[in-house]
Design a protein around this ligand. Structure first.
Ligand SMILES: *Cc1c(COP(=O)(O)O)cnc(C)c1O
Length: 214
């Protein structure tokens, strides 16, 4: 499946993040050898265990809920953190990035699903974060866009509406806070079951696991 999906995302100029959680280093290497470089993990410990066994030019994405006390492990190398869901987490990432003398690219995660378990912010929370003086003092994080997960459902019209909502959030933030910033350009949405819809609704980055590795 990898080649078909990769061709599809390349054709649409969308970044494919291969979600490799629960997969072995050998399975990851097989996709690496086909040219895949962006991989996503949702647990810090699992990421740390795999990273050292794999080529150093892999771009690792942290896509799952991130605890503040785990940030220091990934700060030296992480390529992008998709799951910033509080001002405190953003501040921690900034602090750890600074210790490593680097800037870390992040996405703000939004709550777009109708499920209780999903993490993320509301637009109003993000706006007050971006308006705050504390945020303006952060020099070692770069907010590159938004991320969201749709409800796990067969109702594709509902999924489409949720993706549309995330795109609306992206454009609102772009207009109000990032009009002059070329780097604020990413909408991370779409998984195995819904990536085509996500791309139709403006996704620039899809996170696909099951469909790639099966
Ligand atoms: C597991 C996971 C994915 C990939 O899900 P699949 O259905 O296997 O494609 C995408 N995003 C996040 C945040 C995940 O945890």
């Amino acid at each position: 499946m990898y080649s078909e999906i990769r061709q599809y995302t390349d054709t649409h100029h969308v970044t494919l993040v291969a979600v490799s959680k629960t997969r072995t280093a050998d399975q990851i290497l097989a996709l690496y050898n086909l040219g895949q470089r962006d991989f996503g993990e949702n647990r810090v410990q699992e990421l740390m265990d795999k990273k050292d066994a794999l080529p150093s030019d892999i771009q690792w994405h942290l896509i799952g809920h991130l605890q503040k006390n785990k940030v220091r492990y990934i700060a030296p190398f992480i390529s992008m953190i998709h799951s910033i869901d509080s001002p405190e987490l953003l501040e921690t990432v900034d602090r750890e990035a600074k210790k490593n003398q680097r800037t870390i690219d992040v996405l703000l995660q939004f709550y777009i699903a109708s499920e209780e378990t999903k993490f993320g912010m509301e637009l109003s929370e993000a706006a007050s974060l971006l308006d705050s003086i504390r945020y303006k003092a952060l020099k070692n994080v770069r907010i590159c866009g938004v991320m969201g997960m749709a409800t796990l459902t067969d109702d594709m019209e509902k999924v489409r509406q949720e993706f549309r909502h995330l795109r609306h959030i992206f454009h609102t933030l772009k207009k109000d806070y990032f009009a002059g910033s070329d780097h604020f350009s990413q909408i991370s949405m779409g998984m195995s079951g819904d990536y085509r819809i996500a791309i139709e609704e403006g996704s620039t980055m899809v996170r696909i696991g099951t469909a790639l590795f099966n």
